[in-house]
Write a protein that binds this ligand. Structure first.
Ligand SMILES: [Zn+2]
Length: 338
């Protein structure tokens, strides 16, 4: 069944499907949780269950009828998406107005009208204002699903008008199962990706990309090398963000965060090695390099680097300009490596 695709989000599922079973499905929900844990998939599945022409059970889509297919390919006339345009940082007011206008029309197929705001983190005051009336009094049979990464990122006017549904980070086993379902057969690889995914299947899947591992190698070797020239490394790292391609903002931040996780992992390994502990799975060459690095930088220096990387990761989430983050981290490595 289609809901089986969504793993590890039983609380969210029970909340919404339970409400629907009791005939008490609300009209405005904010689905909130980290990137890559299944919020968009969940919203789509819910839309499919409501729009399916031949549901085998309550709130379950058949996955075969024309409506189900149209939901999957985003061509159903009663399902609307609102996303931040690729070249913008915020939801434009004119897009918001068009979205609300479309929602106010009668459902073409006579069932529901479903509006999914995929980037609820990106409301500005104007687009939020344009949305308030629709959010407060949605048209009959309309369902509004807003998707955001945290409640901190929501404007109070939006937050107060939605029912909150929280999505948790996924367990490693769930991430691993999702990777398997995406055809990653090598169990060792799955384990490693799931661990680095840190509760996000989206991130673990994005890590299944050779270019990321090449950049990792270059950066870790460069930053932990003796008397390295750091400027080219900062450039490599910055270029790696830019290469994220069309889906700029979110993909670039994910890449920045992934690199920081690599650095945190490497510095953590150096710290362990310097204390005489073993790091299973670490190659001999990298272990020797990290040991030498730990000697040069010292325990306090390693701790300082860890702090800097963790703080940088926080800044990535807060959408500080990536180039500033890269420079601050590289500068710290430069200073401490001397
Ligand atoms: Zn169907």
């Amino acid at each position: 069944m289609s809901w089986d695709r969504i793993r590890g989000q039983d609380a969210a599922r029970n909340t919404l499907l339970g409400a629907a079973a009791r005939g008490r499905l609300g009209q405005s929900y904010l689905l909130v949780g980290p990137e890559g844990v299944g919020k968009r998939l969940f919203a789509r599945e819910l839309a499919k269950a409501l729009l399916c022409e031949n549901p085998p059970n309550t709130m379950t889509a058949c996955d075969r009828c024309p409506a189900c297919t149209q939901v999957e390919v985003e061509s159903h006339p009663d399902l609307l998406f609102l996303r931040t345009p690729k070249d913008k940082q915020e939801l434009p007011i004119e897009d918001m107005r068009a979205f609300c206008g479309h929602l106010s029309r009668k459902a073409a197929r006579g069932r529901h009208k479903i509006g999914i705001v995929e980037d609820a983190d990106d409301f500005n005051a104007a687009s939020a204002n344009a949305f308030l009336k629709t959010l407060e009094e949605p048209p009959p049979d309309a369902l509004l699903l807003l998707i955001g990464t945290s409640t901190d990122r929501q404007l109070p006017t939006i937050l107060s008008r939605c029912q909150l549904v929280r999505f948790a980070p996924l367990a490693q086993a769930d991430v691993s199962a999702i990777l398997a379902a995406h055809g990653i057969d090598d169990a060792t690889k799955r384990d490693r990706l799931a661990r680095l995914g840190a509760g996000s299947a989206g991130r673990a899947l994005a890590l299944d990309d050779d270019s990321i591992w090449q950049v990792r190698q270059k950066l870790v070797e460069g930053l932990t090398g003796a008397r390295a020239s750091f400027q080219p490394l900062a450039e490599t790292w910055a270029k790696f963000h830019e290469d994220a391609g069309k889906d700029k903002g979110a993909a670039q931040r994910m890449r920045a965060s992934v690199v920081l996780q690599f650095l945190i992992e490497a510095v953590g390994h150096a710290l362990k090695l310097s204390l005489g502990a073993a790091v299973p799975g670490l190659g001999a060459a990298e272990a020797a390099r990290l040991r030498a690095f730990a000697e040069r930088v010292g325990t306090d220096g390693l701790m300082e680097l860890l702090d800097q990387c963790v703080e940088a990761d926080f800044h990535v989430e807060r959408r500080v300009q990536l180039i500033l983050i890269v420079e601050s981290v590289v500068e710290k490595f430069t200073r401490l490596s001397k």
